[in-house]
Design a protein around this ligand. Structure first.
Ligand SMILES: NC(=O)c1ccc[n+]([C@@H]2O[C@H](COP(=O)([O-])OP(=O)(O)OC[C@H]3O[C@@H](n4cnc5c(N)ncnc54)[C@H](O)[C@@H]3O)[C@@H](O)[C@H]2O)c1
Length: 457
């Protein structure tokens, strides 16, 4: 009896060892689900490290584009996709291939719904979609940003109820053999930041059990120079939220101080530059026209939603959200005031918005404050045009329907006001100031240029 249980135990350990061995020898097949801003670069990294990689996406346009060596993310050139295809990278929508994967990484969206509550449907649909194809010994990792508890309380039960008899490996059941390993490892992408190579960004890993953590650490250790093991998936989930909430709160702080400084006629940018000379205890954050992107404006509310279940009010998050959400409307007020000083009403004014992506030098429009600014200007009667080298047109999104085309950057004096919302590096700001009648600068892009036409806000 005792002997039998030792044997089963050792063969269960064997499942883990076999998974680790396959990863070490690069025989392991890696599947990445969701080939967006996070999933596609990750798939390419694994491919560079000689893994056989399959990318899964429900968007046929993305799958077809990749299959024909095209790219839909500007910082990932076609040549990188071509090289990956040459190394055997397979983009597909066919989830039956999941069964032949050894590691499956989920990178699907985690937006908020219309009530600003977590929308986990992309995760739950994905897990339901893959579960029937899972087999023992596979590693499943969730990378999508989400509230603490998602992996253990949402993903785990879905896997167990939708796969035929498979269990998720747990510390308290080491003798089970028909198990998959389940882990959470947050993504730490910083679009347009070229100062650090992706593989140099330490990767945090938490497993449902110790074996999942070990296998996931082996997986990520193959492509990242450093992995940081934490004690649970909850800690890993919370780590990502802390990082993003830290940014959200600090950006709100400088946004509020900027509004005060404007009233006091003090240059907040000069203040931040001076404070940044302190060699300890200060990290600069910069004001702007509002938060954008898939993460910082969204993720903190995953935690505040979860906190409500614990009868806990996350006041910093709510306050930061309130300040940051109001920023695009403040920008519109500044434009209105500036036009007023030129004896022009907003109603009927021609306004050119420069830069619509949420951050400079990237092709990502998600949650961009420029969208709110354009819509609010239009609602107040302005005739709005825009220019952005990364977006030839803006059509319809989940929350907007603008139907605009990027206009050429010439004859700027035809506009009553030009507003810099995103400070792309390619813009010639001196020339823009010279050509414009009135220039609103929300990013300090015109620092060092002296002109009465510039209104910094
Ligand atoms: N973009 C970033 O800078 C960033 C940084 C850190 C973390 N994250 C997090 O990573 C996750 C993914 O973000 P993203 O920016 O890559 O999103 P994205 O929208 O660019 O890509 C997600 C992809 O998932 C696909 N998809 C949706 N449902 C699917 C399903 N059931 N099966 C297969 N594919 C499916 C979509 O078609 C899309 O291509 C989110 O949770 C986000 O919060 C993003």
């Amino acid at each position: 009896m005792q002997t039998a249980s030792i044997e089963t135990f050792s063969s269960s350990i064997g499942v883990k060892e076999a998974a680790i061995q396959k990863l070490r020898s690069r025989e392991a097949k890696v599947g990445v689900i969701g080939l967006g801003y996070v999933g596609l670069p990750l798939a390419l990294l694994f491919s560079e490290e000689r893994f056989s990689v399959t990318g899964f996406d429900i968007d046929p346009h993305k799958v077809d584009t990749l299959a024909s060596a095209g790219s839909y993310i500007s910082r990932l050139p076609r040549t990188e996709i071509e090289l990956a295809l040459g190394r055997g990278f397979i983009p597909t929508s066919d989830f039956s291939h999941i069964s032949s994967m050894d590691a499956v990484i989920i990178c699907v969206p985690t937006p908020l719904n219309e009530y600003r509550e977590p929308d986990l449907t992309y995760i739950t649909n994905t897990v339901k979609g893959i579960s029937p194809h899972l087999r023992a010994g596979q590693l499943i990792v969730l990378e999508s940003t989400t509230y603490p508890g998602t992996t253990a309380e949402v993903v785990l039960p879905l896997i167990e109820s939708n796969s035929s008899g498979l269990r998720v490996a747990r510390d308290e059941d080491p003798e089970l053999e028909q198990v998959v390993f389940l882990a959470f490892s947050p993504e730490r992408e910083d679009p347009s930041n070229n100062t650090i190579a992706r593989r140099d960004i330490p990767k945090v890993v938490g497993g449902i059990d110790g074996r999942a953590k070990e296998v996931a650490t082996e997986l990520y250790g193959a492509i990242f120079r450093r992995t940081v093991q934490v004690s649970s998936t909850g800690v890993a989930e919370m780590t990502k939220l802390l990082e993003n909430i830290y940014r959200c709160v600090n950006i709100a702080l400088v946004n509020e101080l900027k509004l005060l400084c404007l009233r006091m006629n003090i240059d907040i940018w000069e203040v931040i530059a001076a404070a940044s000379t302190k060699p300890f205890g200060f990290q600069p954050f910069y004001p702007g026209p509002g938060l954008g992107g898939h993460c910082i404006p969204v993720d903190p509310f995953y935690l505040s939603w979860r906190a409500k279940e614990c009868d806990f009010a996350t006041r910093f998050i709510e306050l930061a959200g309130e300040i940051n959400t109001a920023m695009p409307y403040r920008v519109v007020d500044f434009i209105s005031d500036a036009l007023n000083r030129h004896k022009k009403p907003m109603n009927g004014a021609k306004v050119l918005v420069l830069g619509v992506s949420y951050k400079k030098d990237i092709d990502d429009l998600r949650e961009s404050p420029a969208l709110t600014i354009i819509e609010t200007l239009q609602a107040r009667g302005a005739h709005v045009s825009y220019n952005d080298p990364y977006f030839p047109s803006i059509g319809k999104g989940r929350k907007y329907n603008l139907n605009l085309r990027s206009v050429p950057l010439d004859q700027l004096d035809q506009y009553d006001c030009v507003a810099i919302i995103t400070d792309h590096s390619d813009y010639d700001y001196r020339n823009i100031v010279e050509q414009s009648q009135l220039l609103i600068d929300t990013r300090n892009a015109t620092a060092g240029i002296c002109s009465p036409k510039i209104v910094r806000c």
